[in-house]
Ligand binder design. Structure first.
Ligand SMILES: Cc1ncc(COP(=O)(O)O)c(C=O)c1O
Ligand SMILES: N[C@@H](CCOP(=O)(O)O)C(=O)O
Length: 516
């Protein structure tokens, strides 16, 4: 069997330190590693159709791979001489000093493989059904949770989301030809939270098998984290508990944890109040905290950044625009891009833009003050309800990401974000109001010339528009106080007779084509 075909099949399953890159870029085996060759050529690893009575999880159990990759918690942005670290199998969310934690990978071990190796490995797994690599998150398992047993993974084959070329929106509204929307919301539970939740719930599954004291998993939520948590927990048979601010999330979001069997508390406060409560409760009860304060989540979310590079065949876009609320995701994107740079998959990272609703803009105010001392605010009601957050837990992570990516923070008023959403929808998308916030940031940066007409730009769409139909209905019915709703497209009421229907149709067609 040719070494190269053998390599492809084997590296699909796991990285092997005995692989070497030749000067022509081809990765091959070291001939002296006879044991490894024997394993990789064994019939068990050959990718035949599995026996009829075996499922993909059982098939993955026959993967006898081993490697020396590892990861652990360290204090976020710690001093280089800090010796504080924790195993990922510990239940811990904060450092000794009360600061955030970060998952630190053994970069020296990862660097034993070059960028070409990682690119080929990740590319080889896209679109497959092999457990767990069919997931866009777990196709990067070595960079996410290298030590977890594939059998412990709880996955809905999330990720691998559409990178949509926004041809008409870019051309018509912005004069841009290389604008892309990363549809992270076209996902199992309809938001990017699935990317992080598969990682967190998988680790909980492992902890429970290790008899660690985890009776359930809990979160505070503006609607998307709770949906993802309850779905992944339901899939694994783990109890989930969600704290929701009463009357502040959409009906579609509320029904998701209810349907998935979560224990749902509707609390008469805002998200920041719910967050405070869940932090207190998880310090007292054996409930594992699932918000992005828990850095495990960000390990999954960072794969969206890697995926963008992969979809551009490892060419780096100029700009990536992300709507921000609790501010974990902007850091996750930074981390994904930065790891790709450090491990030689690309040679630079994009500039990041974090977009906030003007009604919930603590990061924007902080940025505008020249990063002087941060002040939490009381967030006002916004149509971008999932980012109605005044005291983001990941503020330090966001500032770090923006400073290290030559980043920018922008804001969007209610009218701006709703208009942007309606305009995008009119070009064939069906986006959420948070993506409207990100598109508004793009429009502003285009107008001032900061983003150029040919700059390759990616707007991250964070949730499915179908979760936010109420706000779309209000807009298109022109039922929003103090809002012009310039792009509203209300239905036309017409009598049920041929003449009336013909009249309105002729009028419509004339407005579209003067030659009619
Ligand atoms: C739809 C949607 N978009 C954007 C965000 C912001 O993400 P982050 O909290 O990581 O900043 C959230 C949640 O906060 C969300 O649910
Ligand atoms: N939008 C989020 C808010 C909580 O964010 P998290 O990433 O810290 O869980 C939600 O949907 O709840």
């Amino acid at each position: 069997m040719a070494a190269s075909s053998c390599m492809l099949r084997s590296s699909f399953l796991f990285p092997n330190p005995n692989l070497h890159q030749q000067s022509n870029g081809v990765v091959s085996f070291s001939p002296i590693k006879a044991t490894y060759d024997a394993i990789s050529q064994s019939p068990q690893l050959q990718k035949h159709r599995r026996p009829a009575d075996e499922n993909i999880r059982q098939e993955a159990r026959r993967d006898i791979s081993s490697h020396n990759l590892s990861a652990r918690y360290v204090p976020f942005n710690a001093d280089s001489n800090s010796s504080e670290w924790y195993s990922l199998d510990e239940i811990i969310y904060r450092s000794q000093s009360g600061g955030l934690l970060d998952v630190q990978h053994d970069m020296d071990a990862l660097k034993k493989f070059d960028g070409q190796y990682w690119r080929s490995l990740f590319d080889s797994r896209v679109g497959k059904t092999t457990w767990p690599y069919g997931s866009g998150v777990w196709s990067k398992k070595e960079w996410v949770l290298p030590e977890i047993d594939s059998d412990d993974i709880v996955s809905a084959f999330e990720g691998n989301s559409n990178l949509f070329w926004a041809e008409r929106f870019g051309k018509q509204f912005l004069g841009m030809n290389d604008l892309w929307v990363k549809h992270c919301g076209i996902s199992h539970t309809g938001s990017f939270k699935d990317l992080g939740m598969t990682v967190l719930v998988s680790q909980v599954n492992r902890l429970r098998k290790m008899h660690k004291p985890v009776v359930g998993v809990g979160c505070a939520s503006t609607g998307d984290t709770s949906a993802a948590l309850s779905a992944y927990c339901a899939s694994a048979g783990i109890p989930s508990i969600v704290f929701l601010p009463a009357n502040k999330i959409s009906m579609a979001q509320l029904v998701q944890p209810i349907a998935n069997g979560a224990f749902v508390l509707s609390i008469d406060t805002d998200f920041d109040g719910c967050m405070q409560l869940i932090r207190e409760v998880t310090a007292e009860l054996p409930i594992y905290l699932a918000n992005s304060l828990n850095s495990l989540r960000l390990e999954g979310q960072k794969t969206a950044a890697i995926e963008i590079l992969q979809q551009f065949e490892w060419e780096v876009p100029e700009w990536v625009i992300v709507p921000g609320g609790n501010l974990g995701n902007i850091y996750a994107f930074y981390k994904g891009f930065q790891m790709c740079k450090e491990l030689g998959l690309v040679d630079r990272i994009p500039r990041l833009v974090c977009a906030q609703a003007a009604n919930a803009n603590p990061l924007y105010l902080h940025y505008k003050s020249g990063w002087k001392d941060f002040k939490p605010i009381r967030a006002n009601t916004t149509f971008a309800s999932a980012i109605q957050i005044g005291d983001p837990v990941s503020i330090d992570r966001a500032v770090f990401a923006l400073k290290n990516s030559n980043g920018i923070v922008e804001e969007a008023t209610e009218e701006e974000l709703m208009d942007a959403m309606a305009q995008a929808d009119s070009t064939g998308m069906f986006i959420c109001p948070h993506t409207g916030v990100a598109l508004t940031a793009l429009c502003k940066l285009r107008k001032t010339g900061v983003i150029g007409p040919t700059d390759r730009t990616v707007v991250v769409s964070t949730a499915h528009g179908l979760k936010f139909t109420d706000s779309k209905v209000d807009y298109h019915s022109k039922e929003i106080k103090n809002m012009e709703c310039r792009f509203a497209n209300p239905p036309v009421q017409v009598k049920a007779d041929f003449g009336s229907v013909m009249d309105v149709l002729k009028k419509y067609l004339l407005s579209k084509n003067s030659r009619f």
